[in-house]
Ligand binder design. Structure first.
Ligand SMILES: Cc1ncc(COP(=O)(O)O)c(C=O)c1O
Length: 380
């Protein structure tokens, strides 16, 4: 079956976070990371069945859901996990916060890299923990970790390293060598790794592949808690369904005890959607990736020609991290909003002079947004 990603679906008046922000103004929302595509038919069918049944009660993990996750991780990464290692939670951000509360002891600090998805900054603070950030560095037009700076920080009283792989906002797909270096540094300093891999299905470069942090060695498996979800991949983020994989029993028990009584179980619709996603939507995902690759190529080409704008090759995600420093714009987000395009502000990710553009939308909408940006920059 051929899926149609060109359809423009009106999201106004649907309480969409993405679309409400600029409600009533002629601004194309290209900010928060949800896509403007319908979820796959198999997911919508299963949700319809639950609605038709009519009783939306408390729910246990549906039969076969864990087995589907186990089979998927084995097929994609040759990662052999056990059922007990999987904990279902209502959000990756929620799991990030629980990780900080569990593994950032009162005397310890938590380390992450910057720029990064803003909840990484907020999570330690939410738990009263100290955060230290290590700036990412560009090497040959690719953002990666500054391992010297990272080692220095990890050596000094660190409980947890929050890693994002693939990387939001810079789009990096990390190599095995890079992941091994992170694991070695964390293991040497007894630092737990929380690896947020929510974007793992969006590798756009054909010659790259996602490597789960926990798979690079036994040490990595013992030291890592992995966060994954069907939410970004199948465009169901509003259903609040994600999972944590913790192979090490001691880390798992600590994490689990923090969840008790505070974090609700995942709701019925989220769990059934996850099962349909992992069981029946491979073809939809393959076609989506082909569509996003083409969108990525358009963004890469057009944005690099806009006056004062630069961007590295986008290896993964449907997010373009654009350096607009050379435009000299004091407030680039306001400028582009006035031109009719709503972008994310680099300041929130910890990097001034950058904007983030979400290209998970029908191609005609993307083209219109890029034209508006280009026309506004040329008119100044
Ligand atoms: C790196 C990363 N982690 C987590 C999330 C959100 O996860 P959730 O909606 O499951 O809390 C996002 C959303 O953009 C993200 O980019």
């Amino acid at each position: 079956m051929e899926y149609n990603f060109d359809d423009i679906i009106d999201r106004t008046g649907t309480s969409s976070l993405k679309w409400e922000k600029h409600e009533g103004r002629d601004i194309i929302p290209m900010w928060v990371a949800d896509m403007d595509f319908k979820a796959p038919p198999a997911i919508l069918d299963t949700l319809q069945q639950s609605i038709d049944h009519g009783i939306l009660g408390y729910t246990v993990i549906p039969d076969g859901l864990n087995d589907t996750v186990i089979a998927k991780l084995d097929k994609l990464y040759n990662w052999k996990i056990e059922k007990e290692w999987i904990l279902w939670v209502p959000g990756v951000v929620c799991a990030l916060n629980v990780a900080c509360a569990t593994f950032g002891g009162p005397q310890d600090k938590i380390v992450t890299t910057s720029p990064i998805y803003p909840p990484f900054f907020a999570a330690p603070e939410n738990c009263g923990e100290k955060l230290v950030t290590v700036p990412m560095i560009d090497i040959n037009q690719r953002a990666t970790l500054d391992f010297v700076a990272l080692e220095k920080e990890l050596k000094e009283n660190t409980g947890l390293f929050m890693f994002c792989s693939p990387y939001n906002p810079c789009g990096t797909v990390f190599t095995k060598k890079e992941i091994n270096r992170i694991v070695d540094l964390c293991a040497a300093n007894d630092v737990v790794i929380c690896s947020d891999e929510i974007h793992s299905d969006f590798v756009l470069d054909k010659d790259k592949c996602h490597i789960p942090t926990a798979t690079v060695s036994q040490t990595a498996a013992n030291q890592t808690i992995t966060l994954m979800a069907p939410s970004k991949t199948y465009n169901i983020p509003g259903l609040g369904c994600s999972f944590v994989i913790i192979p090490d029993e001691d880390l798992r028990n600590k994490f689990k005890s923090r969840l008790q009584g505070l974090i609700p179980n995942v709701n019925l619709l989220g769990l059934f959607a996850a099962k349909a996603a992992y069981k029946e939507c491979d073809e939809w995902l393959s076609q989506l990736i082909i569509y996003l690759r083409k969108n990525r190529d358009i963004v890469q080409d057009r944005v690099s020609k806009l006056p004062g704008c630069k961007l590295n090759p986008i290896e993964s995600t449907y997010l373009a991290w654009i350096d607009v420093k050379d435009t000299g714009l004091e407030d680039p987000v306001l400028f582009f909003e006035q031109a009719g395009v709503g972008l994310s502000d680099g300041n929130f990710f910890g990097q001034k002079g950058f904007v983030r553009l979400n290209f998970g939308c029908p191609r005609s909408v993307l083209e219109k947004g890029l034209e508006r940006m280009g026309a506004a920059l040329k008119k100044r």
